[in-house]
Design a protein around this ligand. Sequence first.
Ligand code: NAD
Ligand code: ZN
Length: 309
Amino acid sequence: MATHYLKERTLHPVYELAADLMIDFRSLSRPGDVSHRLPGASTKIQPLYGSTTLPAYHRDMEQALTWLREAQSICVLTGAGVSAESGIPTFRGEGGLWRRFRAEDLATPEAFATDPKISWEWYDWRRQVIAKAQPNPGHLALVELERRVPTFTLVTQNVDGLHHRAGSRNVIPVHGDIWTVRCLECAYSHKDERAPLPEIPPRCPAAAVLLRPGVVWFGESLPVEPWRAAEAAAGKCDLLLVAGTSAVVMPVGGLVGKARHAGARVIEINADQTRISNTVDLSLRGPFGDILPQLLSAVPIQHAQEIKD
Ligand SMILES: NC(=O)c1ccc[n+]([C@@H]2O[C@H](COP(=O)([O-])OP(=O)(O)OC[C@H]3O[C@@H](n4cnc5c(N)ncnc54)[C@H](O)[C@@H]3O)[C@@H](O)[C@H]2O)c1
Ligand SMILES: [Zn+2]
């Protein structure tokens, strides 16, 4: 296994220190809700700029549209926030709590080894939430963006498969796939989209050995080939869009610095301030599902090409 995996998946130290102090956008809990509402609030959050800074938002948006128009090679890095408007909770904040557990404490090899049943109950619950969710307008805008730019790569930390379901083609899911189950001992690996699962914890058909979800846990290494492809895409793009991620999970958060050092422009799209907001070229504050369709409008439709398989 060690030869196929590279670099441990860890939280950024800044996050570990400040975890409980971070203000987080509360994720949505109703599957299929694409109305961009903050739970508990009745106001629409578009855009998240006060009236005094609205001109700044428009100026930033104009700049972003210009860069989108100029870009020949775009890499997009997405995180849990892009699925929040589809009703899938993020890890941080209220929506990240399940029973009395924090997501970060459940998504580890230790948690699974200690109590595989609890761990699988959590994954089974997440799979049921995801099964009911639909791609939102932001996911769909990325599908169309892929058709319109010559080179496009979508690197996602999400395990929900919504980019694929929306129709994106060149997707690199660096943290794996929640619908894959694989054996702890043999090579058995299988797509199982039943939600709920009939038996918890599920077992390998070859023996009575436990199956695990096909995701990368905290403390584990990333699969080598997807990670290399993600690094290559970030290192050679001329525009990196970083959407809906707190960018605290490493090594993926490091792709932002890699792209910048290679000379790419970096635009962040996030509902909230993050640790990278002050280091990127532009930070657009607002919901992914509203901002991505606006950005798409900058890229001329006549460049649209048949998607290459
Ligand atoms: N849908 C999923 O597959 C899913 C869900 C939860 C967690 N995860 C996993 O958890 C890890 C968490 O790291 P992460 O950085 O992806 O997520 P995170 O939970 O750390 O951060 C979510 C980010 O999204 C932002 N956000 C929330 N709603 C938004 C919206 N509507 N529009 C724009 N931004 C919004 C928040 O401000 C925050 O910065 C990832 O590695 C991922 O594998 C995946
Ligand atoms: Zn097996």
